[in-house]
Design a protein around this ligand. Structure first.
Ligand code: CP
Length: 343
C-alpha cells in the first residue's frame, strides 16, 4: 500500500496530486470497502461534519457522500440547491440572494470538518472555468478541506471511482487501452468535467489512452497537457482520434459520454445553438454492440446518468460488459477513502 499524508488537503483536481497520493486514496478505499462488505465498523470520522453545497442536481454524488459519512461515524449536511445563497465573487453583482464566498467558507469552517461543492453550467452562466474559480475561492478562504463534487472543469471524485473500478475489473492497468469517447446526446448541457478527469485518472497508471471526438468538441488544452505530462512521468501513451470505430478497436475500457462544445479559454459562454449543430451532425457517435465487438472484450463505463438510445443502446449499458452499477457504487467507497485521509 502506498502511504502519504493527505490530512487537511483540498481535493479540487487530480492535477494537484501525484501517483503515490492517488494510490494512497485508492488503497484506503479498497480497505474500507472490504470492511464495509464484512460488516466491520470503521468509524474513522466520528462526530465530524461534511457540508455539501449543491448548486446542481445529483443522485450518486449526494447519496454516496451522505451514506459514506454515516458509515464513517460522521454526518453530511445536504444544502439544497435554491435554499442556499448564490455564491458571489469579489466584483460580482450584489443581490439579496447572493453571499460572498469568503463569508460562507469561513462560517462553515467554524462548524465542521470539510466543505464540498458542486457548481457548473447554468449557475455559472455556462462560462467555462467560473465554477472551478468558485470552488478555489472557497478553498482560499476555508481552513477546513474543500472537496470538488463536480465543477465545470473537474469531477475528481468520479475519476477516483472510475480508476477504482478499472483496478477491480482489469487488475494491472499498465498497457491497457482506455478509450474516452464523445457520444451523442439530445442535450448540449454537458460539462467537460467527467472526460477531463477520466483521462487524468487513467494517466497515473501507464494506460494507453485514446481521446476520441468529432471536430469542434476539443477538451481544455491544459488538461491535455497535464495528461501528456503524467504519461511521460508514469508511462503509457496518449493519442487523439476523430473516429469512434477506430478508437474502439482493441480497447480494454470504453467510456462513451457526451460533452458540450465550449470555449475553454473562458472568454465566451457556451453557445447552445452552435453546440446543437455539432451534436446533430454526429448522431452516429452511439455506443452499440457492433462497436463493442471491435474492442478486446472491453468493459463499458459511464458516470451516469446516461442518455439511453443516444449515447448508448440498452443492450450495451444493460449487457454483460457494463460496469456502471459497480462504478456508481465505488463513488461511495472511493470518497470514504478520500474523506478518511483528508478529514
Ligand atoms: N456521476 C454523477 O456525478 O452522478 P450525479 O450527477 O447523480 O451525482
Amino acid at each position: 500500500m502506498a502511504a502519504t499524508n493527505l490530512q487537511g488537503r483540498d481535493f479540487i483536481t487530480l492535477m494537484d496530486l501525484d501517483r503515490e497520493q492517488v494510490e494512497t486514496i485508492l488503497d484506503t478505499a479498497d480497505d474500507l470497502k472490504r470492511k464495509w462488505i464484512r460488516g466491520e465498523p470503521h468509524r474513522l470520522l466520528q462526530d465530524k461534519s461534511l457540508f455539501m453545497l449543491f448548486y446542481n442536481t445529483s443522485l450518486r454524488t449526494r447519496n454516496s457522500f451522505e451514506a459514506g459519512m454515516t458509515q464513517l461515524g460522521g454526518h453530511a449536511h445536504f444544502l439544497q440547491p435554491g435554499a442556499v445563497y448564490t455564491p458571489a465573487l469579489p466584483g460580482d453583482e450584489v443581490a439579496y440572494s447572493t453571499e460572498r464566498v469568503a463569508d460562507v467558507a469561513r462560517v462553515l469552517a467554524e462548524m465542521g470538518h470539510a466543505t464540498a461543492l458542486r457548481i457548473y453550467g447554468k449557475p455559472t452562466g455556462w462560462l467555462y472555468g467560473k465554477g472551478d474559480q468558485i470552488v478555489r475561492e472557497f478553498a482560499r478562504w476555508s481552513r477546513i478541506p474543500v472537496i470538488n463534487m463536480e465543477d465545470d472543469m473537474y469531477h475528481p471524485c468520479q475519476a477516483l471511482a472510475d480508476v477504482m473500478t478499472m483496478r477491480e475489473k482489469l487488475g494491472e492497468l499498465r498497457g491497457k487501452k482506455f478509450v474516452m469517447s464523445w457520444a451523442y446526446s439530445g442535450s448540449v448541457e454537458k460539462p467537460l468535467a467527467v472526460p477531463q478527469s477520466a483521462i487524468l485518472g487513467a494517466s497515473f497508471f501507464g494506460m494507453d489512452i485514446v481521446l476520441a471526438h468529432p471536430e469542434g468538441l476539443d477538451l481544455d488544452p491544459n488538461v491535455l497537457q497535464a495528461t501528456k505530462d503524467n504519461v511521460r512521468r508514469y508511462g503509457g501513451s496518449f493519442e487523439l482520434s476523430s473516429d469512434m470505430d477506430e478508437a474502439f478497436r482493441g480497447a480494454h475500457v470504453v467510456y462513451p459520454k457526451a460533452w458540450t462544445a465550449q470555449d475553454t479559454s473562458g472568454k465566451t459562454p457556451m453557445d447552445p445553438e452552435k453546440a446543437k449543430k455539432i451534436f446533430e451532425a454526429n448522431k452516429d457517435w452511439l455506443c452499440t454492440k457492433e462497436k463493442m465487438a471491435l474492442t478486446d472484450d472491453a468493459i463499458y463505463m459511464h458516470c451516469l446518468p446516461a442518455d439511453r438510445g443516444m449515447e448508448v443502446t440498452d443492450e450495451v449499458i444493460d449487457g454483460p460488459n457494463s460496469v456502471i452499477v459497480e462504478e456508481a457504487a465505488n463513488r461511495m467507497h472511493a470518497q470514504k477513502g478520500l474523506m478518511a485521509l483528508i478529514m
